[in-house]
Design a protein around this ligand. Sequence first.
Ligand code: FNR
Length: 189
Amino acid sequence: MTTSAKEFRILALSGSLRADSYNTALLRAAGKLNPGPMSIQVYSGLGDLPLYNQDLEQGPPAAAVRDLHEHILQADGLLFATPEHNASIPAALKNAIDWMSRMPDGAGMTGKPVAITGASPGALGSVRAQLALRQILVSIGADVLAKPEVLVFRAHERFDADGMLTDEYTQNLLVDLLAELAGRIGRNA
Ligand code: FNR
């Protein structure tokens, strides 16, 4: 898809570092389903971030920290897909948010429209992780959409062997979520 000046730039962040992640596949599906007007970039650098340690703030930020910061600053909105690890968000995602929360305005997340989704093979569809993520993002002042809630439960039944989202119900929910995100960005612009 080509990018025009009128498109909103969406940065899509998966909380999973796994190659065959359902959550990353969900974000790829969002990129394909894109109802516009937006471009959706799936970010792949969360695994490169060092573990947050306040001592590291004495020196210049690591390249991976700067890269994520730049990507978030340049985005008009964010789309998170989080797995559920032990009833909360995975450490890699919390680590990234902790790093960004140390930047001015939460790396530009303060006031930025943010949509949340998540996938799990279990029956709860990452609901506890999504609630935890919402609480964290609200605490840094992100403009987190309340609805639609997109809980992708029994995720293994909704993707094919190539990681393509085949479930029409989930596809429609994703489109609704993206449309709501674009609407929120447009209203705030
Ligand atoms: C899990 N999983 C899991 N699932 C769930 O629904 N609730 C949970 O609390 C947990 N806890 C949990 C902890 C840890 C350490 C792992 C590795 C896994 C299962 C998890 O949903 C599953 O591995 C997903 O496939 C992870 O998402 P990705 O990597 O497919 O995006």
